[in-house]
Design a protein around this ligand. Structure first.
Ligand code: PXP
Length: 250
Protein backbone atom coordinates (compact mmCIF):
# COMPACT_ATOMS: atom_id res chain seq x y z
CA UNK A 1 0.00 0.00 0.00
CA UNK A 2 1.27 3.47 -0.89
CA UNK A 3 1.72 5.99 1.89
CA UNK A 4 0.76 8.61 -0.69
CA UNK A 5 -2.89 9.62 -0.79
CA UNK A 6 -4.66 10.25 -4.08
CA UNK A 7 -7.13 13.08 -4.46
CA UNK A 8 -9.05 12.75 -7.72
CA UNK A 9 -10.16 15.95 -9.41
CA UNK A 10 -13.53 15.25 -11.03
CA UNK A 11 -13.96 18.64 -12.77
CA UNK A 12 -13.31 17.12 -16.17
CA UNK A 13 -16.40 14.95 -15.80
CA UNK A 14 -18.44 18.12 -15.39
CA UNK A 15 -16.65 19.67 -18.38
CA UNK A 16 -18.02 16.88 -20.56
CA UNK A 17 -21.52 17.33 -19.15
CA UNK A 18 -21.43 21.09 -19.67
CA UNK A 19 -20.38 20.60 -23.30
CA UNK A 20 -23.94 19.42 -23.92
CA UNK A 21 -26.05 20.66 -21.01
CA UNK A 22 -24.61 24.05 -20.09
CA UNK A 23 -27.87 25.80 -20.83
CA UNK A 24 -30.02 23.11 -19.15
CA UNK A 25 -28.45 22.67 -15.73
CA UNK A 26 -31.48 20.93 -14.24
CA UNK A 27 -31.93 18.47 -17.11
CA UNK A 28 -32.70 14.98 -15.85
CA UNK A 29 -30.62 13.57 -18.68
CA UNK A 30 -27.49 15.53 -17.84
CA UNK A 31 -24.52 13.23 -18.03
CA UNK A 32 -21.90 12.27 -17.06
CA UNK A 33 -22.52 13.00 -13.39
CA UNK A 34 -19.49 14.22 -11.39
CA UNK A 35 -21.10 13.06 -8.14
CA UNK A 36 -21.37 9.49 -9.41
CA UNK A 37 -17.78 9.78 -10.68
CA UNK A 38 -16.62 10.87 -7.22
CA UNK A 39 -18.19 7.85 -5.58
CA UNK A 40 -16.59 5.49 -8.13
CA UNK A 41 -13.20 7.08 -7.38
CA UNK A 42 -13.72 6.58 -3.66
CA UNK A 43 -14.74 2.96 -4.17
CA UNK A 44 -11.54 2.45 -6.17
CA UNK A 45 -9.41 3.72 -3.28
CA UNK A 46 -9.07 7.48 -3.74
CA UNK A 47 -8.40 9.22 -0.43
CA UNK A 48 -10.22 12.39 -1.37
CA UNK A 49 -12.16 14.24 -4.04
CA UNK A 50 -10.93 17.54 -5.48
CA UNK A 51 -13.16 20.04 -7.23
CA UNK A 52 -12.69 23.60 -8.41
CA UNK A 53 -15.67 25.94 -8.33
CA UNK A 54 -14.55 28.54 -10.82
CA UNK A 55 -15.97 32.07 -10.95
CA UNK A 56 -17.13 31.44 -14.53
CA UNK A 57 -18.74 28.06 -13.58
CA UNK A 58 -17.32 26.49 -16.71
CA UNK A 59 -17.49 22.96 -15.31
CA UNK A 60 -18.56 22.40 -11.69
CA UNK A 61 -21.81 24.18 -10.73
CA UNK A 62 -22.97 25.36 -7.29
CA UNK A 63 -25.42 22.45 -7.12
CA UNK A 64 -22.58 19.98 -7.77
CA UNK A 65 -20.67 21.35 -4.81
CA UNK A 66 -23.75 20.97 -2.58
CA UNK A 67 -24.32 17.40 -3.77
CA UNK A 68 -20.65 16.50 -3.42
CA UNK A 69 -20.66 17.79 0.14
CA UNK A 70 -23.55 15.43 0.92
CA UNK A 71 -22.09 12.37 -0.76
CA UNK A 72 -18.29 12.40 -0.35
CA UNK A 73 -17.25 9.78 2.20
CA UNK A 74 -13.50 10.49 2.26
CA UNK A 75 -12.74 14.21 2.21
CA UNK A 76 -13.60 17.15 0.03
CA UNK A 77 -10.87 19.48 -1.20
CA UNK A 78 -12.42 22.60 -2.71
CA UNK A 79 -10.09 24.52 -4.99
CA UNK A 80 -11.03 28.16 -5.28
CA UNK A 81 -9.92 31.66 -6.09
CA UNK A 82 -9.76 34.24 -3.32
CA UNK A 83 -13.03 36.02 -4.07
CA UNK A 84 -15.88 37.01 -1.75
CA UNK A 85 -18.61 35.06 -3.51
CA UNK A 86 -16.69 31.78 -3.51
CA UNK A 87 -15.45 32.30 0.07
CA UNK A 88 -19.10 32.61 1.18
CA UNK A 89 -19.91 29.31 -0.54
CA UNK A 90 -16.93 27.58 1.09
CA UNK A 91 -17.94 28.86 4.54
CA UNK A 92 -21.47 27.52 4.02
CA UNK A 93 -20.47 24.16 2.49
CA UNK A 94 -17.51 23.60 4.85
CA UNK A 95 -15.32 21.21 2.88
CA UNK A 96 -12.63 19.50 4.96
CA UNK A 97 -10.02 21.39 2.93
CA UNK A 98 -9.73 24.42 0.70
CA UNK A 99 -6.88 24.91 -1.74
CA UNK A 100 -6.50 28.56 -2.73
CA UNK A 101 -5.44 28.92 -6.34
CA UNK A 102 -4.89 31.87 -8.68
CA UNK A 103 -7.72 32.12 -11.17
CA UNK A 104 -7.86 33.95 -14.46
CA UNK A 105 -10.95 33.92 -16.60
CA UNK A 106 -9.09 33.46 -19.88
CA UNK A 107 -6.92 30.53 -18.77
CA UNK A 108 -7.66 26.95 -19.87
CA UNK A 109 -6.61 25.56 -16.50
CA UNK A 110 -4.78 26.92 -13.45
CA UNK A 111 -1.56 28.44 -14.76
CA UNK A 112 1.23 28.86 -12.24
CA UNK A 113 1.00 29.02 -8.49
CA UNK A 114 -0.21 31.78 -6.19
CA UNK A 115 2.20 34.62 -5.56
CA UNK A 116 1.92 34.38 -1.79
CA UNK A 117 4.54 37.08 -1.26
CA UNK A 118 2.70 39.69 -3.36
CA UNK A 119 -0.79 38.68 -2.17
CA UNK A 120 -0.07 38.23 1.49
CA UNK A 121 -2.45 41.03 2.54
CA UNK A 122 -5.40 39.63 0.58
CA UNK A 123 -4.73 36.01 1.54
CA UNK A 124 -4.31 36.46 5.28
CA UNK A 125 -7.94 37.31 6.21
CA UNK A 126 -9.33 34.61 3.92
CA UNK A 127 -7.09 31.97 5.46
CA UNK A 128 -8.15 33.04 8.96
CA UNK A 129 -11.87 32.97 8.09
CA UNK A 130 -11.62 29.50 6.57
CA UNK A 131 -9.57 28.14 9.47
CA UNK A 132 -12.00 29.59 12.01
CA UNK A 133 -14.73 27.60 10.25
CA UNK A 134 -12.68 24.42 10.82
CA UNK A 135 -11.41 24.16 7.24
CA UNK A 136 -7.78 23.15 6.64
CA UNK A 137 -6.15 25.48 4.13
CA UNK A 138 -3.66 24.74 1.38
CA UNK A 139 -1.92 27.21 -0.93
CA UNK A 140 -1.13 26.15 -4.49
CA UNK A 141 2.38 27.48 -5.11
CA UNK A 142 5.26 27.19 -7.51
CA UNK A 143 8.14 25.17 -6.10
CA UNK A 144 10.19 28.12 -4.83
CA UNK A 145 11.74 28.44 -1.38
CA UNK A 146 10.49 32.04 -1.07
CA UNK A 147 6.89 30.96 -1.71
CA UNK A 148 7.21 28.10 0.78
CA UNK A 149 8.50 30.49 3.45
CA UNK A 150 5.69 32.97 2.76
CA UNK A 151 3.09 30.18 3.00
CA UNK A 152 4.55 28.98 6.31
CA UNK A 153 4.43 32.51 7.70
CA UNK A 154 0.74 32.73 6.87
CA UNK A 155 0.04 29.74 9.10
CA UNK A 156 -1.61 27.44 6.55
CA UNK A 157 -1.72 23.72 7.17
CA UNK A 158 -0.59 22.65 3.68
CA UNK A 159 0.97 23.66 0.41
CA UNK A 160 0.33 22.07 -2.95
CA UNK A 161 3.41 22.25 -5.14
CA UNK A 162 2.67 23.02 -8.77
CA UNK A 163 4.03 20.16 -10.88
CA UNK A 164 2.81 21.58 -14.21
CA UNK A 165 6.20 22.75 -15.40
CA UNK A 166 7.74 19.37 -14.68
CA UNK A 167 4.88 17.70 -16.54
CA UNK A 168 5.30 19.97 -19.57
CA UNK A 169 9.10 20.09 -19.65
CA UNK A 170 10.15 19.44 -23.22
CA UNK A 171 13.84 18.88 -22.60
CA UNK A 172 15.54 16.60 -20.11
CA UNK A 173 17.53 19.58 -18.81
CA UNK A 174 14.38 21.53 -17.89
CA UNK A 175 12.85 18.39 -16.42
CA UNK A 176 15.90 17.84 -14.21
CA UNK A 177 15.95 21.45 -13.05
CA UNK A 178 12.25 21.45 -12.29
CA UNK A 179 12.49 18.17 -10.37
CA UNK A 180 15.32 19.61 -8.30
CA UNK A 181 13.21 22.70 -7.50
CA UNK A 182 10.31 20.50 -6.45
CA UNK A 183 12.56 18.34 -4.29
CA UNK A 184 14.04 21.28 -2.39
CA UNK A 185 10.67 23.05 -2.03
CA UNK A 186 9.13 19.83 -0.65
CA UNK A 187 11.97 19.41 1.83
CA UNK A 188 11.71 23.04 2.97
CA UNK A 189 7.93 22.86 3.36
CA UNK A 190 8.17 19.69 5.38
CA UNK A 191 10.83 21.25 7.63
CA UNK A 192 8.39 24.12 8.23
CA UNK A 193 5.83 21.52 9.38
CA UNK A 194 3.60 22.01 6.37
CA UNK A 195 1.79 19.06 4.82
CA UNK A 196 3.19 18.75 1.30
CA UNK A 197 0.86 17.93 -1.58
CA UNK A 198 1.55 18.11 -5.31
CA UNK A 199 -0.58 18.43 -8.38
CA UNK A 200 -1.14 19.52 -11.95
CA UNK A 201 -0.33 17.61 -15.10
CA UNK A 202 0.57 14.38 -13.30
CA UNK A 203 0.03 11.34 -15.52
CA UNK A 204 0.79 7.62 -15.69
CA UNK A 205 4.26 8.29 -17.17
CA UNK A 206 5.61 11.26 -15.23
CA UNK A 207 4.43 9.75 -11.94
CA UNK A 208 7.82 7.98 -11.90
CA UNK A 209 9.47 11.41 -11.53
CA UNK A 210 6.90 12.60 -8.99
CA UNK A 211 7.82 9.56 -6.90
CA UNK A 212 11.31 11.11 -6.55
CA UNK A 213 9.96 14.14 -4.63
CA UNK A 214 10.41 13.63 -0.88
CA UNK A 215 7.96 14.34 1.98
CA UNK A 216 4.76 14.12 -0.07
CA UNK A 217 1.43 13.32 1.57
CA UNK A 218 -1.02 13.70 -1.30
CA UNK A 219 -1.21 13.95 -5.08
CA UNK A 220 -4.14 15.70 -6.72
CA UNK A 221 -4.77 14.35 -10.21
CA UNK A 222 -7.60 14.91 -12.66
CA UNK A 223 -7.10 15.05 -16.40
CA UNK A 224 -4.98 11.95 -16.91
CA UNK A 225 -7.28 9.76 -14.81
CA UNK A 226 -10.49 10.96 -16.45
CA UNK A 227 -8.86 10.55 -19.88
CA UNK A 228 -7.66 7.02 -19.07
CA UNK A 229 -11.18 6.20 -17.91
CA UNK A 230 -12.30 6.44 -21.56
CA UNK A 231 -10.31 3.27 -22.23
CA UNK A 232 -10.45 1.26 -19.03
CA UNK A 233 -13.29 2.76 -16.97
CA UNK A 234 -12.93 5.15 -14.05
CA UNK A 235 -12.53 2.54 -11.32
CA UNK A 236 -9.65 0.82 -13.13
CA UNK A 237 -8.06 4.18 -14.06
CA UNK A 238 -7.96 5.16 -10.37
CA UNK A 239 -6.65 1.73 -9.33
CA UNK A 240 -3.90 1.91 -11.96
CA UNK A 241 -2.79 5.32 -10.69
CA UNK A 242 -2.79 4.04 -7.11
CA UNK A 243 -0.64 1.10 -8.23
CA UNK A 244 1.99 3.49 -9.66
CA UNK A 245 1.84 5.58 -6.48
CA UNK A 246 2.49 2.47 -4.41
CA UNK A 247 6.10 2.69 -5.59
CA UNK A 248 6.54 5.93 -3.63
CA UNK A 249 9.37 5.27 -1.18
CA UNK A 250 8.21 7.70 1.51
N1 PXP B 1 -4.21 20.80 -8.39
C1 PXP B 1 -4.64 22.05 -8.71
C2 PXP B 1 -4.40 23.16 -7.74
C3 PXP B 1 -5.31 22.29 -9.93
O1 PXP B 1 -5.73 23.53 -10.22
C4 PXP B 1 -5.57 21.21 -10.80
C5 PXP B 1 -6.35 21.44 -12.06
O2 PXP B 1 -7.66 21.74 -11.74
C6 PXP B 1 -5.11 19.93 -10.42
C7 PXP B 1 -4.42 19.76 -9.23
C8 PXP B 1 -5.32 18.74 -11.29
O3 PXP B 1 -4.59 18.91 -12.48
P1 PXP B 1 -4.72 17.88 -13.66
O4 PXP B 1 -6.13 17.92 -14.13
O5 PXP B 1 -3.75 18.38 -14.67
O6 PXP B 1 -4.35 16.53 -13.11
Amino acid sequence: MSSLRLGVNIDHVATLRQARYATMPESKNAEPDPILAASICERAGAGGIVTHLRADRRHIQDRDVERLRQSIMTKMNLEMGNTEQIIDIALRIKPEEVCLVPEKREEVTTEGGLDVIAQRKELEPTIKRLQLAGIRVSLFIDPSLEQVDAAAELGVEMVELHTGRLANAFTEKIQKEELEQLRSAARAASESNLQVNAGHGINYKNIALINEIPALTELNIGHSIVSRAMRVGLETAVKEMLATMAKYPG
